[in-house]
Design a binder for this molecule. Sequence first.
Ligand SMILES: [Zn+2]
Length: 302
Amino acid sequence: MNKKIYQMSKINKLDIRKIIIFLFIIAIIIVLIMIAQNSIKVIDDYKIYQEYQAQLATMKKEEEEKQAAIEREKERIRQEKIPKLTQVGRDNMNNIYHSDTKRVFLTFDDGPSTVTPTILDILKQENIKATFFVLGSRVTAMPETVKRIYEEGHYIANHGNSHVYSAIYSSPQAVLDEFNQCNEAVKTAIGVPEYNSHLFRFPGGFPGGPYVDVKNQAKELLSANDILYVDWNALSGDAETTQPTVEYEMQRIQATVGNKNSAVILLHDAQAKKATADALPQIISWLKENGYEFKNFYEIIK
Ligand SMILES: [Zn+2]
């Protein structure tokens, strides 16, 4: 009997050990399954992370390409506003007073001045682009006004620096020096280091006068430096009298424009010539009524 009990107890002990081992194995299997599941989850999470990273990289690349395209467009617009003189421009200038259709160039000399904002407001209202032959000394005094002229799409050309005939016409080199001084002032005012208008207007005009020899030599020197010059074939007469009136200027415009097909009109942008700004709306209406299309020198110097 005792032996039997002992045997049974031995069997029980064996069974318990087996059960423990079995349970232990089950536990290990469960742990392994959990580890495996967790690993799959980690791998899945990593894949999602990688996809997210790839998406981010694509978005970043797209954003960079978009920014680069915006920069390229900005640069294209910036370059368009920097005059470039080619043979086409030289040919256009040789034919400045000839055109198959009626065209007019409004040109303002001697600015900027306190009147410039009024002129710019009128031009903006009329959607007309003009040409300003600025003086370097005035540009340095009113750089913000020059910047506005430039940003509103008008052509900034060069009228030298001093407007003092005895200084600018002291030698051909002095003319070139004044062109360069004015050009430097313009570059600084508009913040465009490559700017060069390639276009000069001799103070007092090119033809005649006591400095005709210097002017002739200066013309050659300027041309050798890719600088052309232009006078005018019509005017408002605002420099012909100390106190021009609107009526006087209108009369002079009508008489000098006449029935020309290509008119380059001399006007002045100066405090003492406020009548020109006052006359400007009437001048523009009269030119429009007579079928003129308004141009500036961006359409010539190219
Ligand atoms: Zn002048």
